[in-house]
Design a protein around this ligand. Structure first.
Ligand code: NAD
Ligand code: TDX
Length: 356
């Protein structure tokens, strides 16, 4: 069972899974603004995938699904995932990321208590989390290892931290066979254009300003989404029960470097009519409140224990991503109508440009 299966990473996970395996998946997704069944249009009619529209906080529904489908594992992607939205309205983050995870754990515990033998021994609950729970690094600090203490700074990261703690507690208290992954910034196909990379591609192609927060020197470690999905499959397959695995892309970059790389890729693939570079659209705007300065991941545990390393470099992953957005204008135009415009006005309408 895959929760959040119609979101960005969840849908990539389902597609990759069915490319390598015939084992069926039941997806559970509330189809919020971020959930888009179109992401899985290519497997429509495939009997290996069933989508159930519903909320992970709906105890009756989840209990019923667990009994009906008897999954051998749950991979929990369902969440509110955008930091800026958590700043404008934290409540949904508390509800889904904390209460939702708690209820999902309760249902899972009841289901797991009722199964036996090999089925019980091999069951896994995999919780997909973020590096943001560890807080912010200084320029020369060592990357986050799994032993780093939690210091979440946004309502989003605090809600994910709380969910990680609940998952951990269900293992220690009840013995639930859990695995937790903490991954860095993903990019790739089907990412909603509220996040940095797809937002910049979308704005650039529309000739709109490219809003870089603050001085543009905040650092993120970028991972191509299929590498993340591959790591989760590996953790599910061979991770040690009760353990946490950090997952990173080995691609630390300043935001402004990411935006420059995107502009250069678009200049080559879709030159502007007047011959100018997309870089001329860059606009520095007021910073995100509480903006974490730097994230970086120490991959050595997953590498050592599970033999996983990312396959894509930032250059190869970005080239695939830019190509995907250029080839899928209909997907972008569907998700950027209606409520999306309201979000753009809420987040960017009142954000003054800062001259640098
Ligand atoms: P997303 O916002 O694109 O997708 C979230 C999905 O969850 C959507 O399909 C949405 O409809 C669904 N959902 C939301 N609330 C729900 C609820 N109450 N019940 C059922 N479904 C619900 O997010 P994403 O970027 O795909 O992230 C997936 C997971 O990975 C999240 O838990 C996120 O914290 C984590 N993560 C994301 C990144 C990243 O860079 N995007 C990095 C590390 C970890
Ligand atoms: O318009 C923008 N301008 C800008 O400068 C946006 C949307 C972002 N930024 C900056 C903020 C961050 O430093 O770019 C960086 C990346 O921003 P996001 O794409 O919003 O990602 P981030 O806040 O780093 O969080 C992401 O990675 C970890 C995901 O959204 C989380 O779900 C994940 O847990």
């Amino acid at each position: 069972m895959v929760t959040g299966s119609s979101g960005f990473i969840g849908s990539n996970f389902v597609l990759d899974w069915l490319r390598c395996s015939d084992e069926p998946i039941v997806g559970l997704d509330a189809l919020t603004y971020a959930g888009n069944p179109e992401n899985l249009a290519s497997i429509q009619g495939d009997s290996r995938y069933t989508l159930v529209r519903g909320d992970i906080s709906d105890t009756n529904l989840v209990a019923d699904l667990l009994l009906r489908y008897a999954p051998r594992a749950i991979v929990n992607f369902a969440a509110e995932s955008h930091v800026d939205r958590s700043i404008h309205g934290p409540e949904d983050f508390i509800q889904t990321n904390i209460v939702g995870t708690f209820r999902l754990l309760e249902c899972t515990r009841a289901y797991w208590s009722g199964i036996h033998g090999d089925q019980k021994a091999s069951f896994r609950f995999t919780h997909v989390s973020t590096d943001e729970v560890y807080g912010s690094l200084g320029p020369t600090d060592l990357p986050f290892s799994e032993l780093r203490r939690y210091e979440p700074n946004s309502p989003y990261s605090a809600s994910k931290a709380a969910s990680d703690h609940l998952v951990r507690a269900y293992h220690h208290t009840y013995g639930l066979p859990i695995l937790t992954t903490n991954c860095s910034n993903n990019y790739g196909a089907f990412q909603f254009p509220e996040k940095l990379i797809p937002l910049m591609i979308h704005n650039a192609l529309a000739g709109k300003p490219l809003p870089v927060y603050g001085d543009g020197k905040n650092v993120r470690d970028w991972i191509y989404v299929c590498d993340h999905c591959d790591a989760i499959r590996r953790v599910l397959e061979a991770g040690r029960v009760g353990e946490t695995y950090n997952i990173g892309g080995c691609s630390e970059m300043k935001n402004i470097e990411v935006v420059h790389a995107l502009c250069d890729a678009l200049d080559a693939a879709r030159p502007r009519a007047d011959g100018s570079s997309y870089r001329t659209l860059i606009s520095f705007v007021r910073d995100r409140p509480g903006h974490d300065r730097r994230y970086a991941i120490d991959n050595s545990k997953i590498e050592r224990e599970l033999g996983w390393t990312p396959k894509e470099s930032f250059a190869t992953g970005l080239a695939k991503t830019v190509r995907w957005y250029l080839d899928n204008p209909a997907w972008v135009s569907h998700v950027t109508s209606g409520a999306y415009r309201q979000w753009v006005s809420t987040n960017y309408g009142t954000r003054p440009e800062v001259v640098r």
